[in-house]
Design a binder for this molecule. Structure first.
Ligand SMILES: [Zn+2]
Ligand SMILES: [Zn+2]
Ligand SMILES: [Zn+2]
Ligand SMILES: [Zn+2]
Ligand SMILES: [Zn+2]
Ligand SMILES: [Zn+2]
Ligand SMILES: [Zn+2]
Ligand SMILES: [Zn+2]
Length: 237
């Protein structure tokens, strides 16, 4: 039974223990994606490791080239005292790290930094953080209200944040990527597959984040905002 003999990510002498969570009332958090564990999962119970993760997350944890840090590959690590270079919160267990540069990222923060948005009014790239991100970003550079609990754009270079709403994305845009105009949505779930992709970059997308989608095609065309905007677009409304 292959499922029961996976090895620990960090120590070849540790065996991972398989478990299956059937009850939502058991509030177990995945140490990779930080979401609740329901369904098949693995844990390494050794004192040093002591992590648990979704079976689906285990498959994703591996060394990777990241566009935010092209210099070196990022490695999964177990950390407890380091802070995330993006959201500035403490690492809870597993991070993507470059030891050489002292760069550490939560899994969800690493996904946020994959897509950069360049807008005319700010000289650096901005990165989208969804409404459920735990962070210590402070005040919105536009309206001066706190950004916690709301989707936002963050600049990793000067550290400013902007409410998503304060950036004022066009509600509807037309681009070369699709025949119909696309509409801005604050989240979008097209089916119950629980795996959602962007039709432009074909990378996975978080269904709880803002997207552009085609209403005429009944949501069959969905794209990251960052994938939509770099192409020359025109306002429709
Ligand atoms: Zn281990
Ligand atoms: Zn997970
Ligand atoms: Zn983080
Ligand atoms: Zn590095
Ligand atoms: Zn604001
Ligand atoms: Zn900046
Ligand atoms: Zn995309
Ligand atoms: Zn369409």
């Amino acid at each position: 039974m292959e499922r029961f003999s996976k090895l620990c990510l960090f120590n070849q002498n540790h065996k991972l223990e398989f478990f299956n969570v059937r009850s939502k009332s058991l509030d177990l958090k995945c140490d990779a994606c930080r979401k609740q564990i329901v369904g098949p999962a693995y844990r390494c119970g050794s004192l040093f490791c002591n992590y648990q993760l979704h079976e689906s997350c285990l498959a994703l944890v591996q060394e990777m080239q990241h566009p935010f840090h092209p210099l070196h590959p990022l490695h999964p690590q177990v950390f407890r005292s380091q802070y995330c270079s993006a959201c500035k919160q403490q690492m809870n267990a597993i991070s993507y790290s470059c030891q050489q540069c002292d760069l550490h990222l939560h899994f969800d923060c690493a996904s946020s930094l994959k897509l950069a948005l360049k807008l005319k009014f700010h000289q650096h790239s901005l990165y989208y953080f969804g409404p459920h991100t735990v962070h210590s970003f402070g005040l919105c550079d536009r309206c001066k209200n706190h950004v916690s609990g709301a989707p936002l754009y963050h600049c990793m270079e000067c550290g400013i944040s902007l409410h998503f709403g304060c950036v004022q994305m066009p509600h509807s845009i037309k681009s070369k990527c699709h025949i119909h105009p696309l509409t801005l949505k604050d989240s979008f779930v097209e089916d119950d597959s629980e795996e959602y992709y962007c039709n432009i970059c074909e990378e996975e997308r978080n269904s709880e984040n803002h997207v552009y989608c085609c209403e005429e095609c009944d949501g069959q065309f969905v794209a990251h905002i960052e994938c939509m905007l770099p192409t020359d677009f025109e306002f429709v409304d």
